[in-house]
Ligand binder design. Structure first.
Ligand code: GDP
Ligand code: IMO
Ligand code: MG
Length: 422
């Protein structure tokens, strides 16, 4: 019998590469779309038919009727935020029941996890990570410390388990002398828990493997980006989950030999939100222009995203760690107005130059090469034949450095502005 395969679509930089858009575009080709890591720190934007949705925990396959969506065991879920997100989708006509399965092994984010997130950030002062404040770090910490609560826990004697973990958090927060008030959010949170009980809470790893045995196709939707990965990112300025390809296996309960294509998605330039090293960051007018044209403001927090030129050193590192087989270049149209583009091809520090990602990025500066810009409007283009020569050259330049083909080029936020190359 033909075995099905999993393809993975992974952000390979600092997140916000456009994963939501491409997952939504790919969805009709898949039976299942599954999130394997992260939680409401993600904000995945999907635009079609003049409508815009920003998904946090729910997979971007939710808009296609025939596709089953899964929130896998590697994810963390905040019942209140999930409830709001699900209700908004239901009001727009996209039902959850029967179309979304949630792993009983996924971990819960409690209101006190969010208070802890805020408390730890406050304590760190100028060294703060700039988290999304969604309780991600504390929830994954409880998971690793074996003190967390899982989705399956809401089905049995939940109140006692919840109160015990809350009391534990309260002691820590009191010790830190951190003032907080979760009374209001706790109400919505418990409503969210009640709502979740009405949904399909399942053993998703068993399901996914069964689907694969039946020859079905699964798309794993990444969250965050490789440089925010707990192991491979710019630690400690990272998120707390495995956002790279290995996370697909642990976060969904599938073996590595099930993975087929690994799509590595990146923007034609770079962005980062939150603190942490970012060698290609531009502090000048060009950086401001990229932010303005690319609307580089966080989908979750509204914060300014830091902007810079494309960083091929970072991209290559991520491609290696993930085993990327195809590249997807997003937001090419944002570079329409620049006569010359810069591309980072190495890092330098004093007399030292490297093309390998250093252990600690601090102090490394980018070595740039200039590439001619296309200086024309890409947004209405719908086929590669219309590409200006300079864009084709930019693509070829990246492909040559990376040794991996760019198979999709995106020229606008809408679903239709997606060009598959032949
Ligand atoms: P994700 O977290 O990887 O799903 O990405 P986000 O949704 O946080 O950020 C990507 C942003 O870029 C969203 O506002 C998208 O609507 C927008 N976007 C996606 N692709 C393109 C593109 O090709 N061009 C432009 N101009 N915007 C795009
Ligand atoms: P998507 O899926 C961009 C960043 C935060 C912060 C760091 C840690 O939309 O690409 P956390 O709240 O996870 O503890 O924050 O990681 N971060 C993201 N940046 N896109 C994301 O998700 C992100 N999720 C977390 O800004 O620097
Ligand atoms: Mg995002």
């Amino acid at each position: 019998m033909k075995q099905g395969k999993i393809d993975a679509l992974l952000g390979i930089v600092f997140g916000d590469e456009g994963k939501g858009k491409v997952v939504d575009y790919f969805t009709p080709q898949y039976d299942v779309v599954a999130r394997f890591a992260g939680g409401p720190n993600a904000g995945h934007t999907i635009i079609f038919d003049g409508k815009k949705f920003v998904l946090r925990s729910i997979p971007s396959g939710i808009f296609n009727d025939g596709t089953l969506n899964i929130i896998g065991n590697g994810c963390v879920i905040a019942p209140d935020l999930f409830y709001l997100e699900a209700k908004e989708l239901e009001n727009a006509g996209y039902k959850m029941k029967g179309r979304l399965h949630i792993s009983k092994r996924a971990h819960l984010i409690l209101p006190t996890h969010r208070a802890l997130d805020r408390a730890y950030e406050t304590l760190k002062g100028k060294n703060k990570i700039g988290t999304t404040g969604k309780g991600i770090g504390p929830a994954y910490s409880d998971k690793a410390a074996r003190t967390g609560l899982r989705v399956g826990d809401i089905l049995d004697n939940f109140e006692e388990k919840y109160n015990a973990l809350k009391a534990r958090h309260t002691r820590i927060l009191d010790d830190l002398n951190y003032k907080y008030d979760i009374a209001e959010e706790e109400k919505t949170w418990l409503e969210g828990v009640a709502y979740m009980r009405t949904l399909d809470l399942t053993d998703t790893e068993i399901e996914i493997n069964r689907y694969l045995n039946e020859g079905k196709k699964v798309l794993a939707e990444g969250a965050q980006g490789s440089l925010l990965d707990i192991d491979h990112g710019t630690y400690p300025m990272v998120s707390s989950s495995s956002t790279t390809c290995g996370g697909v296996c642990t976060g969904l309960g599938v073996a590595p030999n099930r993975i087929d294509q690994v799509f590595g998605i990146f923007k034609a330039y770079s962005t980062r939100v939150g603190s942490g090293p970012f060698p290609v960051e531009l502090f000048d007018e060009t950086g401001d222009k990229i932010r303005e044209i690319g609307h580089e403001f966080g989908a979750v927090t509204g914060r300014n995203r830091r902007c810079g030129w494309l960083d091929l050193v970072a991209l290559k590192y991520a491609a290696v760690v993930n085993g990327v087989t195809q590249l997807i270049m997003m937001k090419s149209d944002v570079l329409d107005i620049f006569p010359t583009l810069k591309v980072c091809v190495a890092y330098k520090k004093g007399n030292e130059t490297t093309q390998d990602m250093p252990y600690d990025l601090n102090g490394w500066e980018p070595v740039y090469e200039d590439v001619k810009g296309w200086n024309c409007d890409l947004t209405n283009m719908r086929s590669e034949k219309e590409f200006p020569q300079e864009l084709s050259d930019y693509i070829a330049y990246i492909e040559q450095y990376m040794g991996i083909p760019i198979t999709i080029v995106s020229v606008g936020p809408d679903r239709t502005a997606t060009i598959v190359r032949n």
